[in-house]
Design a protein around this ligand. Sequence first.
Ligand SMILES: Cc1ncc(C[n+]2csc(CCOP(=O)(O)OP(=O)(O)O)c2C)c(N)n1
Length: 360
Amino acid sequence: MFKNYDPREGKMLSLLNADGILKPNGGPVLSDEGLLEAYRGMLRARVCDDMAVSYQRQGRMLTYPPLKGQEANQIGMIMAINKNDWLVPGYREMGAWLQKGVPLYYIFLAWYGNELGNSAGKEYRILPIAVPIASQTLHAVGIGYAMKYKKEDAVVVACTGDGGTSQGDFSEAMNFAGVWKVPVIFYIQNNQYAISCPRSKQTAVNTLAERAFGFGFEGVQIDGNDIQAVYQAVKLAADKARNGGGPTLIEGYTYRLAAHTTSDDPTRYRKNEEVAAWEQKDPLLRLKKYLLNKKMITAEETQQWSEVVRKEVDEAFRKVEASPDPTLEDIFKYHYKEMPAELRRQLEQHKAYLERKAQQ
Ligand SMILES: Cc1ncc(C[n+]2csc(CCOP(=O)(O)OP(=O)(O)O)c2C)c(N)n1
């Protein structure tokens, strides 16, 4: 399917370059209307992300992992799949959550430290935020297996980072995905670092995409800052999966323009010049250039859209701050459908401890 872009031959799928010039290759791409929707989605993700960081700096948000620079991966991947398809995220995918329709309130609630943020509703077909690196890739294969078994018309997009590909869980997930030919797309956002560890120290292979061939299926490396390349790759992989063609690995070659999380100081492990070079490849900027060139937007409009999102974000975060704190039971309640006896015993023990403490 991606034979013109074999990563083992050093080829990368790229359609919309950093100057905002589109070179179609005959494959599926977003229409101009689709690009406008993509731009608004990416802009919304960028504003939400910037504001989340600022809330954390004001001491109002617990912690937050910024996605700045990775928007095209996240908006493109969701635009290329159907409502009924699954998203299995890690922790840096706020853009994908938003594009899938989850209200911002829930996402912020989760980063505010309240697990109820992960309970927006089953209709979104999103798994909760997963912090244990790459563990979610196994869950994605499980869902893929279930979709295939139940003959449901649904594919699964599983996200992980470049660092995630070094985890054992990732290899196990890839292996079973290949053996069972499940409808799963592994989308790696290769943002070049796993916290401070550069991609070159993660693996000796040239690209992460080529690892797929060792598991018996196709992998493709794409320009992850190019919304059209992301859309095309995910669309083709999803169509293939729907038609029984099994899994695909997509490596979105991208860059995290901000810190790993709000607890990280990236100036300690990467140079300003490197960041500045990637800023020139900013996915939002290049799409803006394309749309401005085509006179589909004006600079004033983009400013107005940002303002609208800022208001939305402010309202959502005020609602989060006004929401009640989670109860002690919540910590025990959400691991199992029915609380097992051992957990119940621990809960009772903790309640008794709190009561004793209150009486002292
Ligand atoms: C199993 C496990 N080991 C270690 C960690 C600590 N940890 C948190 S983020 C991270 C780096 C992950 O990097 P990558 O997969 O490239 O994703 P990115 O954060 O760059 O999006 C590590 C090692 C963890 N959360 N889970």
